[in-house]
Design a protein around this ligand. Structure first.
Ligand code: DGL
Length: 270
C-alpha cells in the first residue's frame, strides 16, 4: 500500500468513505469547516450495509478503499463510518502513515450532558458486537446507565431514501420505544447514516431528549491532524469534489445529490 506522508501536498484531496450515503453527513461538515479543502468521497454501496458483514470482510473493504484513495493522492483519510472505524482502524493505522481519522459514537459528551444519567446509543449490529466499541462505552459512560440499541434495517432504507416510509417509521418506533420507557434523556447517533433520520427521531421522542452526533468533532480532529502534518490547504481548491461508488445502481446519484445539495455526478470504482 503506497502511504508515504512525505509525498503528500497541502493541495492534495482528503479521502472520505463510508459503506454508503451515511458519511456524507461527515463530509458536509468537513467542507463547511474547511472550505479550502477538496474531498474525494467513496461510498461502498455494493457492500452496504457493513453492519451485517463480518469483521474480516469489513477489514478487506477498508483496505481496498484506503488503497484506492491513496492512489488518488489523498493526503488524509477519514473513515466516516462507525462500523468500519471500530472494526478496522487499528490495522489500517499500522499499515498507512497518512493521518487517518475515524468516527466513534460520542459517548463522552453524552455522559457529560445527561441529567437523568441514562443514555441510549443507536448503532449497527456490527458496532454493537464490537469489543472496541464496548470498551469505549465502559471508558466514557462516567456512571451513566447505557442502553445499546442495534437498529437493523435502517441503513438499507436510508440508502434508498426511504426515511419517511411507513416501514422505516415503524422500525424506528420499535427501536426508540424501549429507550424512552427506560427514561433516557440523551441519544447518541452511533452510525453516520442516522443524522439523516434526525427529523423522524424528533417526531417520536419527547422534545427534551438530546441528539448527539459526531460530524463537528471529526472535522475538528481532521483540522488538528492536517495542521500537525503541515497539510492544511492554504488556498481554495482548484478542483471540484469527486464522488465514487462501488455500486452501479442507477438511482444512487439522485439520492446522493439530494443529501449533498448539488449534483454529485457519481463515478463507479470497483
Ligand atoms: N454509516 C455506517 C456507520 O456509521 C454504516 C453502517 C452500515 O453500513 O451498516 O456505522
Amino acid at each position: 500500500m503506497p502511504s508515504d506522508i512525505l509525498t503528500q501536498k497541502c493541495s492534495d484531496p482528503i479521502g472520505i468513505f463510508d459503506s454508503g450515503v451515511g458519511g456524507l453527513s461527515i463530509a458536509k461538515r468537513i467542507t463547511e469547516h474547511l472550505p479550502n479543502e477538496q474531498i474525494i468521497y467513496f461510498a461502498d454501496s455494493a457492500f452496504a450495509p457493513y453492519g451485517d458483514i463480518s469483521n474480516q470482510q469489513i477489514i478487506e473493504r477498508v483496505n481496498f478503499i484506503a488503497n484506492s484513495l491513496i492512489n488518488k493522492q489523498c493526503k488524509a483519510i477519514v473513515i466516516a463510518c462507525n462500523t468500519a472505524t471500530v472494526n478496522a482502524i487499528d490495522q489500517l493505522r499500522k499499515r498507512v502513515t497518512l493521518p487517518i481519522i475515524g468516527v466513534e459514537p460520542a459517548i463522552k459528551p453524552a455522559a457529560a450532558i445527561s441529567t437523568s444519567k441514562k443514555i441510549g446509543i443507536l448503532v449497527t449490529q456490527a458496532t454493537a458486537n464490537n469489543a472496541r466499541f464496548l470498551a469505549l462505552v465502559e471508558q466514557y459512560k462516567n456512571g451513566a446507565q447505557v442502553f445499546i440499541q442495534p437498529c437493523l434495517g435502517l441503513v438499507e432504507l436510508i440508502e434508498q431514501g426511504l426515511q419517511s416510509s411507513e416501514k422505516f417509521i415503524c422500525l424506528l418506533k420499535q427501536y426508540l420505544t424501549p429507550l424512552i420507557a427506560q427514561g433516557v434523556d440523551t441519544l447518541v447517533l452511533g452510525c453516520t447514516h442516522y443524522p439523516f433520520m434526525s427529523d423522524e427521531i424528533q417526531k417520536i421522542v419527547p422534545n427534551e431528549i438530546n441528539l448527539i452526533e459526531t460530524a463537528t468533532p471529526v472535522s475538528e480532529q481532521l483540522k488538528r491532524q492536517l495542521i500537525k502534518h503541515h497539510l492544511l490547504a492554504e488556498n481554495p481548491a482548484t478542483l471540484a469534489h469527486q464522488f465514487y461508488s462501488s455500486s452501479e445502481n442507477p438511482t444512487q446519484n439522485e439520492i446522493f445529490s439530494q443529501l449533498w445539495g448539488t449534483n454529485t455526478n457519481i463515478k463507479i470504482l470497483k
